[in-house]
Design a binder for this molecule. Structure first.
Ligand code: GLU
Length: 329
């Protein structure tokens, strides 16, 4: 078990002048929660609600709260800054520094190297199409990588390399499923396959980066949307293989549109900026989010930290009709 402290000592933490919010607590936090957005565009109310929950879980348990920009792909210029501004506008704060995955590439490479040294990786030359067309592995979970490249001979590998196929690096998983415990879902067992660790273009895969980052940052509490629950057994298994602690998990319900699909920008005035343009205030939007969670309508999330009980959270998604929002005032 890795027990070392996060890389950044609490005493060294500079104040973040751009987003001054709540006073820095006198005692060091007991661990960290985090929010890890992909900077692909402005947040909608669903993203903000998940961020608020991650903040509440962390702050109500005396944890620090970190922000990590997952910019290994799907990056839109300026989006990360706008996202942070939106979080600050609804009263969320975080402990610096803001970490960007694009600045941490050597850490992911080191982790894959460790797995490779332990004989736990292999090169995969399959195209996406080939994987889709291949049948699922006989005893593997649905949609799992069928293992086409798992046992290639050296000669076969050399042949594929010579043909110029870029190789992804996959985990040689010794299990087909793994169990995790989630604060809202209880015990959850889900599929583990030979997941990609490094893509053919050299980019570290999300499942690897998230595991390495959470451990390096001292994150012991992961709160995120429940669309990611099915990836979690893979991540917990990977953490275990790397000798890293498995964090506590809470996968929270998503926000849906009136057709029952995950909320998206095309559903209307769903971003904070859309709502402000309609004349609503950030405090009003915060109130919408807190009441959707069965919490009191407050103007500052800090008013909730003493009264946050995860066991009382709604377990169902929140269905949002953006056109009806202002009328509910
Ligand atoms: N970057 C991921 C997303 O925006 C979240 C990853 C995580 O929280 O582990 O969906």
């Amino acid at each position: 078990m890795r027990t070392s402290a996060p890389r950044l000592a609490w005493a060294d933490v500079p104040t973040d002048a751009s987003h001054p919010q709540h006073p820095v607590p006198a005692t060091p936090p007991t661990g960290y929660g985090r929010f890890a957005p992909s900077p692909s565009g402005d947040f909608h109310l669903g993203n903000l609600r998940t961020a608020l929950l991650a903040w509440l879980f962390a702050r109500s348990t005396g944890r620090g709260f970190l922000m990590r920009i997952e910019d290994l792909d799907r990056v839109k210029a300026g989006a990360a800054e706008r996202q942070l501004d939106d979080l600050a506008a609804i009263g969320l704060d975080w402990d610096p520094p803001v970490v960007k995955q694009s600045e941490r590439l050597p850490h992911y490479e080191q982790a894959t190297d460790r797995l490779t040294t332990a004989g736990l990786t292999y090169e995969c030359f399959c195209t996406r199409k080939e994987i889709q067309q291949a049948a699922t592995a006989p005893h593997g979970p649905m949609g799992a990588y069928p293992g086409t490249c798992r046992d290639l001979t050296d000669a076969e590998r050399a042949q594929r390399r010579a043909a110029g196929r870029p190789a992804a690096l996959r985990l040689r998983a010794a299990v087909t499923d793994f169990e995790i415990t989630d604060e809202l879902h209880g015990r959850y067992r889900g599929a583990v396959d030979d997941l990609v660790l490094r893509r053919g273009d050299g980019t570290p895969a999300y499942n690897l980066a998230v595991v390495v980052d959470d451990a390096d940052q001292g994150v012991d509490q992961v709160v995120r949307g429940d669309d990611l629950l099915s990836s979690t057994p893979r991540q917990a298994y990977l953490a275990t293989l790397l000798g890293l602690p498995v964090p506590q998990y809470a996968h929270v319900p998503l926000v849906l549109n009136t057709s029952g699909q995950r909320l998206a920008k095309r559903d209307g005035a769903v971003t904070l900026r859309d709502r402000l343009a309609l004349g609503e205030t950030p405090e009003y939007v915060l109130g919408l989010l807190t009441t959707s969670l069965g919490l009191p309508e407050v103007t500052d999330p800090a008013q909730l930290t003493g009264h946050f009980h995860p066991e009382n959270l709604p377990r169902e998604p929140w269905t949002l009709d953006p056109d009806g929002l202002s009328q509910t005032r």
